[in-house]
Ligand binder design. Structure first.
Ligand SMILES: Cc1cc2nc3c(=O)[nH]c(=O)nc-3n(C[C@H](O)[C@H](O)[C@H](O)COP(=O)(O)O)c2cc1C
Length: 325
């Protein structure tokens, strides 16, 4: 059960194209087991269609547990079918996911906050659900009726255009049966601008009795403590601050984890190794470049190194470049 009562929940945020299996494995390997992983969103419709790439995105390594898979979509029946496939509730489509064993994530999360037009527009999914409470409620009710055996949570924002819309929406989600709710402290209209409004999350926490996880602008241990204190929330979720920084979840030391350059190099090489294993040599390290840029964003005097790193195609070349550090 990823929803814990005895201590604050610490979660890695779902981030499309970033929180894939290799990155999540690295987070777990370097930070230990005291946090829950939310994997990048996947399309419910693509799962139901049996799209191989999407089904592969749902796979995970046991080390990633506790792990929550996030789905997006606007059709309650399709959302239910997709969730059933993911938790392998006896459907023929399970087989591509199994790879010899039954995969059963520790939770299903519904994306009700994505602002991307492709998702929040025609698909009536993501952030659009904040404007269509009836549909949002129907999705949660369908998922709960499926008796998946794992919690069904929602990740949303403060509202579509106004930051108090969440007050009514959160209560409706709770009544529909949602087991937990993560709130990014911004509206859809804000996108990523401005500062996350943790005070509004505090108001939601007072209104509902399901666990509330606060999200937005948490960059450090101090921020975690401050956010928990301000919001009174049951947990926090960390997104961008975890990119290139997978050791942020390591709560084993009392001090902020100071990481030496030599360790960063080791972690980057391990991440690259897992990335190649997952995506295959054919793509090489092209799709790994975004992570490389994150790992070295704060380093002094590595401008040239970063320029060389983004041209690296092979694992061996990467090793050589990093030796110069
Ligand atoms: C590159 C990127 C991809 C994201 N993809 C998703 C996603 O798949 N599902 C989701 O619910 N939120 C997604 N988000 C939003 C984050 O989960 C999080 O709510 C947001 O970044 C605010 O938290 P932060 O300030 O800790 O980064 C994404 C954010 C970024 C930056």
């Amino acid at each position: 059960m990823w929803i814990t009562q005895n201590k604050p929940i610490i979660a890695l945020a779902p981030m499309a194209d970033m929180t894939d299996s290799p990155f999540c494995r690295v987070c777990r390997e370097v930070s230990g087991g005291d946090f829950v992983i939310f994997r990048e969103m996947v399309s419910a419709e693509a799962i139901v269609r049996g799209n191989e790439k999407t089904l592969k995105m749902c796979g995970f390594d046991e080390i990633e547990r506790p792990i929550v898979l996030q789905i997006f979509g606007g059709d309650p029946k399709i959302m239910r079918e997709a969730a059933e496939i993911i938790v392998c509730a006896n459907t023929p489509l399970c087989s591509p996911l199994r790879r010899g064993e039954i995969l059963r994530p520790d939770g299903i999360d519904v994306n009700m906050g994505c602002p991307v037009p492709k998702i929040a527009g025609k698909s009536k999914a993501g952030a659009a659900l904040m404007k269509d409470h009836e549909r949002a409620v129907a999705i949660i009710k369908e998922l709960k009726a499926a008796n998946l055996g794992v919690p069904v949570s929602v990740k949303t924002r403060l509202g579509w255009s106004k930051d108090d819309e969440i007050l009514e929406f959160a209560q409706k989600l709770e009544q529909a049966g949602a087991d937990a709710i993560t709130i990014h402290g911004r509206t859809k209209k804000q996108g990523y601008s401005g500062v996350a409004n943790w005070d509004r999350i505090k108001e939601v926490k007072k209104l509902v009795s399901i666990p509330v996880i606060a999200n937005g602008d948490i960059h450090s241990r101090e921020d975690i403590a401050r956010c928990l204190e301000i919001t009174g929330a049951d947990g926090v979720m960390i997104g961008r601050a975890a990119l290139g920084n997978p050791w942020i979840f390591d709560m084993r030391n009392t001090k902020e984890c100071e990481i030496a350059k030599i360790d960063v190099v080791k972690i980057v090489l391990r991440h690259a190794e897992l990335h190649l294993e997952h995506y295959g040599e054919e793509f090489g390290l092209k799709t790994f470049r975004k992570h490389l840029l994150c790992y070295f964003r704060g380093f002094d005097g590595v401008k040239e190194l970063r320029q060389r790193l983004v041209r690296v195609e092979k694992y061996e070349e990467l090793g050589k470049e990093l030796e110069s550090l």
